[in-house]
Structure formats: C-alpha cells, structure tokens
Write a protein that binds this ligand. Structure first.
Ligand SMILES: Cc1ncc(COP(=O)(O)O)c(C=O)c1O
Length: 382
C-alpha cells in the first residue's frame, strides 16, 4: 500500500480537505455580491494577519508576480534600490529589479547569514536610494531577517521598505504597520496552506505616492486598477479573478482565524523547536544564523560523508516525505525541512523518524529514536 506523499518542503504546503472542497464548489460569478463578499473577507483576514490598515491587493499569480508588481509600480528606470542578498530569493529580487532597469546596489552576504540593519544604514549613507527590497524569510537558508530593525533604518530616512514575506507570513511574527513596512508581498501556498496561484501585496500611503510618479511599465499588475475595482460598491477585480483559488484561500484563512493568529504562530514555534531539537539529537548541525527565529524552515547541514541531495531523494523514495535540498552553493551540503502551514506534532515525529532510518541506512551512526525522543521532550514541555 502506498500512502500519499507528504510535502515537508517550504511550499507548496499540505492542503487541508476544507480548502480542496471549497475550491471544488461552484463558481461564484465575479461581478456581483457573491464574489464581492469573498474578496472583502479574504482581504480583511489578510490585513489582520499582516497587521496592516494599508490597502491590500490580490493577484492571480505566484508570489513572484507580487514581487514584480512592486518593482513595476514603485519605480522608474534608473531609480536606485538597496537589495540585501543572502540567498536565492534575495538574488531573485535583485534580478527583477535589474529586469526593470533599476540601479541595484546589492549588499552581499554569505548564504546563511542574516541581514544586518547596520549594513543597510551604511549602504543608504553611501548613496541615497528610493527603497530597500528584502526578504523576511530567506527560504533557501531558512534564515529570518530582522525586518523590524531594517524598518527603523528606512523609516528614519524616508526610504520605502519592500518586504518579501512569501514564506514567513502567517508562520513568523510580522507587524507590517508597526515596523514601517510599505509593501509586503505574500503568497497563498505557504503558511496558509492554500494551493499556489495567488499573491497579495499591501501598499502604504508612501508607496501609493511613489507609484503615482513611477514610470515603469505595468498593465496586469497595475496596482491602481486593483484599488479602483476594490473600491466599487461591490468589490471586484479588474480582470477575471482566479475564483476557485479565492474560494480555497477563503476557507484556508477561516481555518487560520479559527485557530487564532497567535496560536498559529505558537504552533509554528513549537514545531520548529521540536524539529531542531530532534535534528541536534542526531548530532547534526543546524545551518544559518539565528536558528531560534526560523519557525518556517529548518536548514540542516548534511553530515560528513552524506550528500544532502541523496538524503532528500532517499527520504522521499523510502518514506514518501518530500524534504527540500540545498539550493545554489548549498547544493548537497544542506537539506531543509519545511514546517510552515498545515502541520502537527506527528508530521514532525514522522519526518524525524524517517530521517533517523535514512541516515542509518546511509552509514551515518544513529541512536534509534533519539530525534523522536528529543521532539517529544519539546512537546511535553510546552
Ligand atoms: C522568500 C520567497 N520569495 C519568493 C518566492 C517566490 O514565490 P513563487 O514561487 O510563489 O513565485 C518564494 C517561493 O518559494 C519564496 O520562498
């Protein structure tokens, strides 16, 4: 008998049955009160989770579309932006900015390092810039960057702060307005455990002001069009929305709100701690700075003599658990466990047990049950 695979990579994440059922229900016509109510509810719930009173726009695209929309709406060719790059998704933001002919000042970090607010401050002192573009969760390394600290720097200087919160929103604390985040970009397929295909973007007054003078080309992602449609008596999308995906996201956010935003964050913290204690109990090293903040993804160094990619492939083949391999320079050296979204204690236990068995078969000395016992210890103490 083959059970379905379980995804324990950082997105897309496992989807609850309520979400699939909602997505399979009849379409709600997108011009009229039915869809208007769905759009309003989803928007309000996302704003609550982001802790923002700014506008929130939803696009039928993956998270990258949301990032592109920020670059297209905020800037003109030649505008200078500061982009801290500490992994694969930092690189992506820099690439998008270059594609729109911005003057991109990269702050280079080794993968696994956390962005330091002092470096952002120095970069802005060296040459003024319109904005800082950064991740909160650099999914390729698991590292959570301190958006709050960078927000203090950007706010002091009147520089826009654009935060890619695609893999952190809903799993890690965020206070978009309190931290001065002008634009936050999220996606449906991560901590909310809806299916992929929706991106959302919050837009502050300062960001709206910048968008009025920005000349970068935009059409499908023109923020102003989405705002105008949302502000109709019955909220709408300017174009045909992904109605089924919206019904799924509505159901996912209802589950999120029923559990409670604080409780969801606390669940992520505990699952993350259990994962990390389990991994440590096997004698493995965690990868990346500030692993205590990494509630979304645990990155682990593959032990001497074990190739991380082979480990990930074997865990999948033998145990039907999908972990994520290392990316870029971390290929083979690191593997990643995603625990953001629809997971509970036994998903973590199952994953750790599979790791123990796989490592043992690959010749790494394992004390059977050590990781599972360490995780149970965390659960018992919380
Ligand atoms: C931090 C971060 N930014 C951006 C993206 C891109 O999102 P998408 O794959 O939905 O386009 C991802 C996807 O994993 C991500 O983790």
């Amino acid at each position: 008998m083959e059970k379905p695979e379980i995804i324990m990579a950082p997105g897309p994440t496992p989807v609850p049955p309520q979400v699939y059922l909602a997505q399979g229900s009849p379409l709600v016509y997108h011009r009229g009160p039915g869809y208007g109510a769905v759009l309003r509810e989803v928007t309000d719930n996302l704003k609550t989770i982001l802790r923002t009173s700014n506008d929130l726009l939803i696009f039928a695209s993956s998270g990258t579309g949301g990032l592109e929309s920020a670059v297209a709406n905020l800037f003109s060719p030649g505008d200078r932006v500061v982009v801290p790059v500490a992994g694969y998704f930092g690189e992506r933001f820099a690439k998008i900015a270059r594609a729109f002919h911005l003057d991109v000042r990269v702050i280079d970090y080794e993968w696994g390092q956390a962005v330091r607010a002092g470096d952002v401050s120095t970069a802005l002192d060296e040459a003024p810039a319109s904005a800082v573009l950064m991740q909160q969760s650099e999914t390729s390394t698991g590292v959570i960057h301190d958006v709050e600290a960078v927000g203090r720097v950007t706010r002091d200087r009147g520089v826009l702060l654009v935060a890619d919160v695609v893999s952190s929103l809903g799993a890690v604390p965020l206070d978009a307005d309190g931290w001065g985040v002008d634009v936050a970009v999220g996606g449906s397929q991560k901590a909310f455990s809806a299916t992929p295909g929706l991106a959302f973007v919050s837009v502050s007054d300062a960001a709206w002001a910048a968008s009025k003078t920005a000349t970068n080309p935009r059409f499908y992602f023109d923020w102003a069009a989405y705002k105008a449609s949302y502000e109709l008596k019955t909220p709408e999308n300017p174009f045909t929305p992904a109605i089924s995906l919206m019904l799924g996201l509505q159901a996912a956010l209802r589950l999120y709100m029923e559990e409670g935003p604080e409780e969801v964050l606390s669940r992520h913290r505990i699952l993350s701690e259990a994962t990390k204690e389990g991994v440590r109990a096997l004698g493995l090293d965690l990868f990346g700075e500030h692993s205590e903040r990494a509630w979304a993804v645990t990155a682990v160094r593959a032990p001497e003599g074990v190739d991380g990619n082979e480990l990930v492939a074997k865990v999948r083949a033998d145990h039907r658990i999908i972990l994520a391999p290392g990316q870029g320079p971390l290929k083979g050296k690191v593997f990643r466990i995603g625990h953001l979204g629809y997971y509970d204690r036994f998903d973590i236990i199952r994953c750790l047990a599979a790791l123990e068995m796989t490592l043992e078969e690959m010749g790494y000395p394992v004390k059977r049950g050590a990781a599972v016992a360490a995780a149970e210890g965390v659960f018992a103490s919380r």
